[in-house]
Design a protein around this ligand. Structure first.
Ligand code: AMP
Ligand code: GLY
Length: 429
């Protein structure tokens, strides 16, 4: 009998991509996505249960004999959903609430980094706004002010002068812009360099490092404008040498996994450190306790191994790192966003051209903010769709991706035209 898998928190491009790759496993008979989006129904069955309906989700898994539950988003992991699934006897991919703190509490992550001597920016932690402002006054600028908790990627404020730092502290701590996520803040040194995403699958003991990738967080070309959830990604990054990868393994990945295990909370799932490669070497910006979005959209195109086998092995403590195989080419994903995103935007706008785009060789479309209504595909979120391409070269993947982007249209649609086109950083590669 084939295996049944459920992807939980399934409304984003990440979840569609995971469901797509799982559906291609020779072992998998059925993929459920809860609740899914306008595209996930093409690779599995959408289940109308919301992520906060824990008992309903567990009941569903039991009555449908689900073999593996894959939890996508950070807030679900931070709330302890993986623990509840495991307690119910379900094989679950995703870290415990305790281990997920490495993402959900930047103060926890910084303490771990200090303890394990992991390179990161110098910092102080505050729970008092006056003390924070007193510290900020004496620092060099730019300076970074961060809410410690989860803030949908918006809790990081880069301040050019003390005036801005004071406003950031006020916004987070006094005006409570990110609610309880801002009760503790971190003030840290501003790092310059090139950002790289690492992803690591871990079964609590063994781990496998993915090829590197790069997100494009700002909304406009040339890294201009406000930060978004991510406007596109590509990988692998040619200028990241094996020596640099080994250094990141030794100084950033291994000690973090060791530190969590020593604290009694071994990490089962995907650890995703965001790094700045600085002139002084790699430094950790943050750890995420889940797959990146939009990075996952490219990883599923690059992965040659069976994703079900890997995630099941992580969930059951049997990961064999040597069995994780990658294709030799490159993948690119371009995010199509609603007019106005990351600010206010309209919903329910019809999307056309999807079938034409899908007919292009080596293109897959992973939906995010879409829904099907009366046979029409409509927008339902800020990031609407990921157009992903695979190519033997990066140039080929980029050109394929934009060829497909040109087929798709909805009123107000905007996207970055420079995904994958960053120069090799000076002094590296
Ligand atoms: P984080 O959620 O901590 O990864 O921060 C989100 C984004 O803010 C990062 O991807 C960086 O672009 C930027 N950032 C965070 N911390 C720093 C820092 N210390 N120096 C420079 N940029 C930073
Ligand atoms: N790639 C950004 C994130 O997943 O947080």
């Amino acid at each position: 009998m084939g295996k049944k898998v459920i992807v939980i928190g399934g409304t984003g491009g990440r979840e569609h991509a995971l469901a797509w790759k799982l559906s291609r496993s020779s072992q998998v008979e059925k993929v459920y996505i809860a609740p899914g989006n306008g595209g996930t129904g093409e690779v599995g069955e959408n289940v109308d249960i919301q992520p906060n309906e824990t008992d309903k989700l567990i009941d569903f898994c039991k009555t449908h004999s689900v073999d593996l539950a894959v939890i996508g988003p950070d807030d679900l992991l931070a709330s302890g959903l993986a623990d509840k699934f495991k307690q119910a006897g379900l094989a679950t991919f995703g870290p415990s609430k305790k281990a997920a703190q490495i993402e959900a509490s930047k103060a926890f992550a910084k303490d771990l980094m200090k303890k394990k001597k992991i390179p990161t920016s110098s910092y102080e932690t505050f729970t008092d706004a006056n003390k924070a402002a007193g510290y900020a006054k004496k620092q060099n600028y730019p300076l970074v002010v961060k809410a410690s908790g989860l803030a949908l990627g918006k809790g990081v404020i880069i301040c050019q002068n003390f005036d801005e730092a004071e406003k950031a502290i006020e916004l987070i701590m006094l005006k409570k812009a990110f609610k309880s996520a801002g009760e503790t803040i971190i003030i840290e040194e501003f790092l310059t360099g090139s950002e790289v995403s690492f992803h690591v699958l871990s079964d609590g003991k063994n781990y496998a490092i993915f090829p590197t990738s790069q997100d494009h967080k700002q909304v406009f070309d040339g890294d201009k404008g406000p930060n978004t959830g991510g406007m596109g990604a590509f990988g692998p990054i040619s200028w990241v040498s094996d020596a640099l990868k080994d250094e990141v393994d030794e100084t950033v990945i291994k000690p973090a996994l060791e530190g969590l295990a020593e604290a009694g909370s071994p990490f089962y799932g995907c650890l995703y450190p965001g790094l700045m490669i600085t002139p002084q070497g790699p430094k950790t910006l943050e750890y995420n306790a889940r797959f990146g979005d939009p990075e996952t959209e490219i990883y599923v195109r690059l992965l040659d191994s069976d994703l079900f086998e890997l995630l099941y092995a992580c969930a059951t403590g049997n990961l064999k790192p040597d069995t994780v195989k990658w294709k030799l080419g490159y993948a690119v994903t371009v995010v199509l966003a609603s007019g106005g995103y990351p600010g206010d935007y309209q919903k329910n706008i019809e999307i056309t051209g999807v079938k034409n785009a899908q007919q292009i060789e080596n293109i897959e479309l992973f939906h995010a903010g879409t829904k099907l209504q009366n046979g029409k595909l409509l927008t339902s979120g800020g990031r609407v769709m990921n157009v992903t391409a695979y190519g033997d070269t990066l140039e080929e993947a980029i050109s394929k991706a934009y060829g497909a982007v040109n087929q798709i249209h909805f009123e107000g649609m905007h996207y970055r035209k420079d995904i994958g086109k960053r120069e090799t950083p000076k002094g590296i590669g």
